[in-house]
Design a protein. Structure first.
Length: 548
């Protein structure tokens, strides 16, 4: 039996311990900035002093509305040092969503940044979302009807904005707080205290705030690094958003190991390849197809020297996984986590030395302290191995509940297991395979059709960069497959050619009835919002029917 080390610790201690052990080792690298572990720890302690200076105390909720940047990291760890709760906010959110988060999460403060104001103006968005903020005379004592607990909005960077605490004033507030105060607060952090409030990605409904403890984050993510056999000498590249566990989790396991993490403020495939080629990371934690396929399909990819990459972590249909593996023949492409926000983003994980066919098509067994089973979606009865059912989860990585919604929490945890809403399989060895969201399954003339099967086939065509399949309404069959395809730049492919590519290769009822080509996807945090695609094709078909 393989015995796995399970660690439970406060998140700030992960950083501080490594800063003591490897103070001069490179910890965090962005395209124009680099920091050792000593520097990250010092900047985080300084952030904690500044936060305490504006009145942040144990248990307070602080929103982080920033792109990937060093200040996000320092502020996040600063909050953990104070036993406050970090509330990472999706940077795609606009007026209505920001107003909802500020009120629903009971934010005491928001920390934002102006470093990407030429692309995204967070000042403008917050002024629109929080009426009265721009007219606030005392930025440290804001009073806003739309967000009753919100006392201040801090703007990091060089700009000044009406109603917001400037970076200079934020730093000045910290002058009155000595470092001993931070250390005293840190000593009282408990592993079951809430560390983060993560909002579900909102692909199907209003986002819900998940209260997640230090232990629930630390145990699965630190165990994941050991499953992937990541070491203190690895260099991990991850450009996914820090407001999502797909980047926050790897940041934490890098800090635990003393490894180096690379990221970038704005992902663009060419710039990403420049950074990867220059910094020579040994691991690429790309996870989602929009990231890795943009890299693999970039026009300069074939000319790049990426021989130093020895491992990738991705979640994609098996054919896409094979495309990625072929693009990095010297590396091992591991099927990444099966995860969800309510379970800290990491439920299962493959072993690094698992057979290639397992790495490409399975998500591995549950992490230590976690259980997964498949049940009948109707009866909730457990199913035998290799039978499709709804995946249920319980264990150390689960959330404490939805914030301010005990009824929804009770429904999600019905029977003591978290009901995932995901269709999947658990085999005899405990390996888990995610198949689809239950609501994403198509019912074509009475036949169940998994979109992933169609996506997998279409993704094998060299013209296809990314594909998503949804159901389109049909009077005779109830619904039929509709494929949305992003093509490789400079390549042409027609709807007729795409349909012909499927005919004779997959069952006729699975062949897409409609094919639409897209250049930009409707996105949540890291996922394509399939419900938007369903709405788009339904509206298009309804309009066409009305014209006839």
């Amino acid at each position: 039996m393989t015995r796995e080390w399970v660690q439970s610790t406060a998140l700030a201690d992960i950083l501080l311990r490594t800063a003591d052990a490897r103070p001069d080792h490179e910890a965090l690298v962005f395209p124009t900035e680099r920091f050792s572990y000593r520097e990250v720890a010092e900047r985080s302690i300084r952030a904690a002093r500044n936060l305490a200076g504006i009145g942040i105390r144990r248990g307070d909720h602080v929103g982080l509305l920033m792109p990937n940047c060093p200040d996000f990291v320092f502020t996040f760890f600063g909050l953990q040092l104070l036993a406050a709760v970090a509330v990472p906010i999706n940077t795609r959110f606009r007026t209505r969503e920001l107003a909802y988060i500020a009120e629903n999460a009971d934010l005491d403060a928001i920390v934002t940044s102006d470093i990407v104001h030429e692309h995204v103006d967070f000042v403008e968005r917050l002024h629109a979302a929080l009426p009265g903020l721009a007219e606030t005379v005392e930025p440290l004592r804001a009073t806003l009807g739309a967000a009753p607990r919100l006392r201040s909005v801090v703007l990091l960077g060089g700009r000044e904005a009406d109603g917001m605490v400037t970076a200079t004033a934020f730093a000045a507030a910290g002058e009155g707080i000595d470092e001993e105060h931070v250390w005293r607060e840190r000593e009282h952090v408990r592993v079951r205290d809430p560390a983060v409030m993560l909002f579900t990605s909102g692909t199907t409904a209003q986002p819900k705030g998940c209260m997640i403890s230090h232990e629930a984050i630390a145990r699965p993510w630190l165990s994941s690094a050991r499953r992937f056999e990541i070491t203190r000498d690895d260099r991990v590249w991850d450009a996914l958003p820090l407001f999502h566990m797909s980047c926050l989790g790897p940041l934490l396991f890098c800090c635990d190991l003393g490894a180096t993490m690379f990221s970038m403020t704005h992902f663009e495939a060419g710039a990403a390849l420049d950074q990867i080629e220059r910094e020579r990371p040994t691991r690429i934690y790309s996870i989602f197809p929009p990231i890795i396929m943009a890299i693999v399909k970039h026009e300069s990819f074939a000319r790049r020297d990426l021989s130093f990459v020895r491992g990738l972590m991705n979640v994609a249909p098996v054919e896409t996984m094979n495309v990625i593996q072929a693009a990095f023949p010297q590396a091992r492409n591991c099927g990444g986590h099966f995860g969800m926000t309510e379970a800290s983003g990491a439920i299962t994980c493959n072993y690094w030395n698992a057979p290639p066919e397992v790495l490409a098509s399975w998500h591995g067994p549950p992490l230590p302290g976690v259980e997964v089973r498949a049940v009948d979606p109707e009866t909730r009865e457990p199913l035998p191995p290799n039978v499709e059912g709804e995946l249920q989860v319980r264990g150390c990585g689960l959330f404490e509940g939805y914030y301010r919604d005990p009824e929804l929490t009770a429904e999600a945890m019905r029977g003591g297991w978290l009901n995932s809403g995901d269709l999947g399989i658990v085999d005899e060895a405990g390996n888990v395979k995610y198949l689809a969201r239950l609501k994403d399954m198509l019912k074509v003339g009475g036949e169940n059709v998994g979109p992933a099967e169609i996506e997998s086939h279409l993704s094998t065509h060299p013209a296809v960069k990314l594909v998503q399949v949804v159901g389109a309404p049909d009077e005779r069959l109830v619904e039929v497959p509709a494929a949305f395809i992003e093509l490789v730049p400079g390549v042409t492919w027609t709807e007729e050619e795409a349909i012909e590519y499927c005919q004779g290769e997959i069952a006729s009822f699975k062949v897409p009835r409609y094919v639409r080509f897209v250049e930009e996807w409707p996105m949540s945090a890291t996922k394509i919002q399939k419900f938007r695609l369903r709405e788009q094709i339904a509206e298009e078909l309804a309009a066409a029917k009305a014209r006839t």
